[in-house]
Design a binder for this molecule. Structure first.
Ligand code: HEM
Length: 213
């Protein structure tokens, strides 16, 4: 049997996928997190305190990053409210039973993290509010139904995003370095208009005013 080699074009394609899948999504996460911290000064303050306590004015390092508990809660809440990928697509290959439904082959399914993340029956009546404390005891305890699978910013199961850990670490480094240097507020010129162009992004950007710490 002939071995299956990757051609140069295959490798270039894979690099493009990584660039696209990694860049657009992490940009979206960082943008919305900046908006949420600019409009919730108490959480921005808490996050900065934590960063300064762990790193001082030094660059973030691998020993300190897992200790950023408050920042982790903020990132999870940001991913809940503004999941960068709002829809996950699946194609049924052979007939399967899902609960009380029979799904025929070739059916295309859209699973919507956006809808699940904004369902008051899962998260409670405060579903639309920015409350990072809901993640204080982990993802499963963040929902009133105690369902881990209701939080899908990176998908779920065997096809879960391969860049999950990289994206979280990258975002924590970027946010920590911003918080060490700047206090930021929302600019009066900001217009809130989330749109979906592959990822969920702010159509007019996030206008913030930076002041050095
Ligand atoms: C905040 C950042 C990110 C978010 C929200 C995100 C979200 C997702 C989602 C929802 C999927 C689909 C999972 C599924 O079908 O169940 C996915 C797949 C994927 N992601 Fe990410 N991603 C992020 C960052 C990254 C980064 C940094 C990389 C690479 C460096 C990356 C590479 C990929 C690849 C290659 C796939 C396809 C995996 C497969 O089909 O087996 N992602 N991502």
């Amino acid at each position: 049997m002939q071995a299956k080699w990757m051609t140069e074009d295959d490798i270039i394609d894979e690099c493009k996928t990584f660039y696209f899948a990694g860049h657009e999504t992490t940009t979206s996460l960082l943008s919305w997190t900046m908006l949420l911290l600019a409009t919730h000064q108490e959480w921005q303050h808490k996050a900065r305190e934590e960063v300064l306590q762990i790193f001082g004015q030094n660059n973030p390092n691998s020993a300190g990053i897992p200790r950023l508990k408050i920042m982790n809660m903020i990132i999870e809440e940001s991913l809940r409210l503004y999941p960068p990928i709002p829809n996950i697509k699946r194609r049924v290959t052979k007939e399967v039973r899902l609960g009380n439904m029979i799904l025929p082959p070739k059916l295309e399914l859209y699973i919507s993290p956006l809808a699940l993340h904004h369902d008051p029956n899962i998260w409670g009546e405060d579903v639309h509010q920015f409350k990072p404390e809901r993640f204080a005891k982990g993802v499963a305890n963040a929902t009133i139904t105690k369902t881990q699978a209701a939080f899908l910013p990176f998908g779920f199961g065997p096809r879960t995003c391969v860049g999950l850990n990289f994206a979280i670490v990258e975002s924590k480094i970027a946010l920590a370095m911003i918080l060490q240097r700047f206090v930021f507020t929302l600019s009066p010129t900001y217009v809130h208009l989330p749109v979906q162009i592959f990822s969920i992004r702010p159509l007019h950007g996030i206008h913030i005013v930076l002041q050095t710490v």
